[in-house]
Design a protein around this ligand. Structure first.
Ligand SMILES: Nc1ncnc2c1ncn2[C@@H]1O[C@H](COP(=O)(O)OP(=O)(O)O)[C@@H](O)[C@H]1O
Ligand SMILES: [Mg+2]
Length: 260
C-alpha cells in the first residue's frame, strides 16, 4: 500500500499531458470512489480520450501521479497489460471484440484456463462463458449461445459482452469511452442497464460521453472537461439534467470565455 487512500478506485493527482506543444490535459485531479459511477463529459477535443488512454496505459502522462485502489502506479513501466493487472478494464466501441470469434473464446483472450500440459480447458471455458452471459450480463437466449459468432451480435450486445467480461475478471474500474455512439435507442438502454449492473456489482465506472442524455441516469457524479481542464465536478443530487445541460452549453458555445 502506498500513499493513496484505498477508499478510491482511482485517484489522479496533477496529471498533465502534452503532445509536443499542445496541452491535452492540464492539472487533472480526479477521485473515483470504489462503488461510484462517474460521468465524464465534455465537447469534442476536451481531452476525454486522452484521459482514458493515460488511465489504461496507452499514453504516458508528461507529469503527475496515478493511484488505483490505493496502489501507486509506476508510470514509467505502466502499459495496457499492467492496467489489466491493476484491475482496469476498458470497453472500446466495436474493436473490443474479435469479430469472427465465437463468444466463449472471446471471454478468455489473453487469460486462458489451461489444463496440465497447457491445453486450453474448453469445457471449463464454455461453462464460465455461459455463467457470465446468464448472470453477469443477463442474456436471455433468443438464439445467442456461447458458440455464436461475435459478428452476429448487435452493437449493444457486444458492449454487454465486453462489460460482462470486465465484471467477471473483477475489474476495480470499468472505463467506457463513448459506448453508445452508433447504437440504436434500444441498444443504448441495454448499455445503461449494464452500467446499472456495474453499480450493483459493487464496482466503479467512468462513463465518458459528449452528451449527458445517456450518462445522466446512471451516474452518481459528473466531471465536466473543457479544453484539457476540469471545469465542473457536480454530484447528481446537486443538479438536474436541465441545469447540467445549460452548464455544458455555455462551454460548447464559448459563453464562459466571453464572461471572463
Ligand atoms: N496522439 C495525439 N497527438 C497529438 N495531439 C493529440 C493526440 N491525441 C489527442 N490530441 C489532442 O488533444 C486534445 C484532446 O483530444 P481528445 O482527448 O481526443 O479529446 P476528446 O476525446 O474529448 O474529444 C485535442 O486537441 C487533440 O487534437
Ligand atoms: Mg474522444
Amino acid at each position: 500500500m502506498s500513499n493513496g487512500s484505498s477508499e478510491y478506485a482511482l485517484q489522479m493527482v496533477h496529471i498533465e499531458k502534452y503532445f509536443g506543444l499542445v496541452c491535452a490535459l492540464k492539472d487533472i485531479n480526479i477521485q473515483v470512489g470504489r462503488n461510484e459511477i462517474v460521468g465524464l463529459i465534455g465537447d469534442n477535443g476536451a481531452g476525454k480520450s486522452t484521459f482514458v488512454k493515460i488511465l489504461t496505459g496507452v499514453h504516458r502522462p508528461t507529469s503527475g501521479e496515478l493511484y488505483v485502489a490505493g496502489r501507486k502506479v509506476d508510470l514509467r513501466t505502466y502499459s495496457v497489460r499492467r492496467a489489466h493487472g491493476y484491475g482496469i478494464e476498458t470497453v472500446y466501441q466495436d474493436k473490443s471484440l474479435g469479430e469472427k470469434q465465437v463468444l466463449w473464446r472471446n471471454f478468455f483472450i489473453g487469460r486462458q484456463i489451461t489444463l496440465p500440459f497447457g491445453f486450453i480447458n474448453v469445457k471449463k471455458e464454455k461453462a464460465v462463458a455461459q455463467e457470465i452471459m446468464m448472470n453477469t450480463i443477463g442474456f436471455r437466449g433468443r438464439g445467442i449461445t456461447v458458440d455464436s459468432k461475435v459478428n452476429k451480435l448487435s452493437g449493444g450486445e457486444r458492449q454487454g459482452v465486453a462489460i460482462g467480461r470486465a465484471m467477471h475478471f473483477e475489474a476495480e474500474l470499468i472505463v467506457l469511452d463513448e459506448p453508445t455512439v452508433a447504437l440504436s435507442l434500444k441498444e443504448v438502454n441495454k448499455v445503461i442497464n449494464f452500467v446499472h449492473k456495474i453499480k450493483e456489482g459493487g464496482k466503479a465506472c467512468v462513463y465518458i460521453s459528449h452528451s449527458i442524455a445517456d450518462v445522466y441516469e446512471v451516474s452518481d457524479r459528473f466531471i465536466i472537461m473543457d479544453r484539457g481542464e476540469i471545469v465542473g465536478d457536480i454530484k447528481k443530487e446537486d443538479t438536474s439534467l436541465k441545469d447540467l445541460d445549460a452548464f455544458l452549453l455555455e462551454y460548447s458555445h464559448g459563453l464562459r470565455d466571453q464572461k471572463e
